[in-house]
Design a protein around this ligand. Structure first.
Ligand code: ZN
Length: 387
């Protein structure tokens, strides 16, 4: 990392001139709905985003995916040779909202806020990246490294189709900047994220008449309840482990001893090293009631983003940039995962939560603070120019 040039005042000035344009482009992106499971819809937004990058002279590559939206890769190269060093900027095109959500929560701007599905998580992030590049150009600050912007289509559903691309770009990068929403209205960055996993328990018992001869049955719901009570003891606040049964089901009728029951379990860990032992614990689950069977499926784990030395260095760099414009930048830990978890797990310094300031992700209340957009664009631009 080089000496820190005083780039922020001019970047902020240039970004502020573009505040209205940022809000307008955000409106265009939000109105183009893009639920993860709808390829055609996500591809529509991908085309809009690609158009904006081509307008800025980026080399745009569409990474085609058959059953999910395509990923968009935009590259900007410095004028001078950069000796191969690269910064990766990550974001996603998809949202958790089904098509038609706009009818009940239309894009609107009021009291300094922009509302709408996916505005905060994270279409405003897509906008910030574009205007960070504009601010750098207007301020005549040259790029010193190759910048790769990767906009993926399936972050909200686990990044199965994008993980390979994310990891291979990260492997070529010296830093990864993630435009997921900031934490809180003071815009804190996310320097630590929990790892996210899942498990599913399926219990098989035996049906019988619940009143006449219950002793002939094996109650799958009872077995599941006993298992869930046991799982609750695996929560470990001190180590940052949470195990939460989230979706349960079972039984067929109120007078039948149920033969089937199942539970989905959400698993979060703060330390990568806790993953194998926890997975082993799940796999070694044995039935408690006589005659019951318990099948356990443990899903793939998104590793935690740990606050490594590289993460801390990047964060302090961002803090120093914000001080140039008289701002205090804070940091936060979150239980939610992002694609930054993958890149940090590879050992590449990753700074997350660089996106918009706002609130209400994944809810009717989702919005961004418009006056914070220029500041966030300037911060991203400052990082791109000085890392
Ligand atoms: Zn997101």
């Amino acid at each position: 990392m080089s000496e820190l040039r005083p780039v922020m005042p001019i970047l902020l000035r240039e970004a502020r001139k573009r505040e209205k344009r940022m809000a307008r482009l955000l409106g265009e992106f939000v109105r183009c709905e893009s639920p993860s499971h709808d390829k055609a819809a996500v591809d529509r937004l991908g085309r809009l985003v690609a158009r904006e990058w081509r307008r800025r002279g980026a080399k745009v590559t569409v990474l085609r995916v058959a059953d999910r939206g395509n990923h968009i890769r935009a590259e900007l190269a410095p004028k001078k040779k950069s000796r191969g060093s690269q910064i990766l900027v990550l974001g996603h095109l998809d949202t958790v909202y089904p098509l038609g959500t706009l009818e009940k929560m239309p894009f609107r701007v009021r009291t300094g806020r922009a509302w709408g599905p996916g505005s905060f998580d994270m279409k405003a992030g897509l906008v910030l990246a574009l205007f960070a590049v504009d601010a750098l150009r207007a301020a005549r600050i040259p790029l010193r490294k190759r910048l790769v912007f990767l906009w993926t289509s399936d972050e909200e559903i686990g990044s199965e189709s994008s993980r390979r691309a994310i990891e291979s770009e990260a492997g070529r990068s010296e830093a990864v900047l993630v435009l997921e929403p900031a934490f809180g209205h003071e815009g804190r960055l996310k320097t630590s994220r929990k790892g996210v996993g899942s498990a599913e328990l399926t219990v098989t018992g035996r049906a019988a008449h619940a009143g006449v001869e219950p002793e002939k049955g094996v109650n799958a719901v009872h077995e599941l309840a006993l298992q869930i009570a046991r799982l609750m003891k695996w929560n470990d606040k001190r180590r940052g482990i949470t195990v939460q049964s989230t979706v349960v089901g079972g039984g067929t009728a109120s007078n039948v001893v149920p033969a089937k029951a199942s539970a989905q379990v959400d698993i979060r860990i703060a330390r990568k090293s806790d993953a194998p032992a926890l997975a082993r614990k799940f796999r070694s689950i044995k039935p408690i009631l006589k005659g019951a069977r318990v099948d356990v499926r443990v899903g793939a784990m998104r590793p935690p983003l740990e606050r490594s030395a590289g993460v801390r260095r990047l964060f302090h760099h961002a803090q120093a940039l914000m001080r140039q414009i008289g701002r205090n930048l804070g940091e936060a830990i979150t239980g939610g995962g992002s694609d930054g978890n993958f890149t940090a797990a590879l050992g590449v310094p990753t700074l997350d939560g660089l996106g918009a300031v706002g609130d209400g992700a994944h809810s009717l209340n989702e919005h961004v603070l418009i006056r914070a957009l220029p500041e966030r664009a300037a911060l991203l631009a400052g990082l791109l120019a000085t890392i």
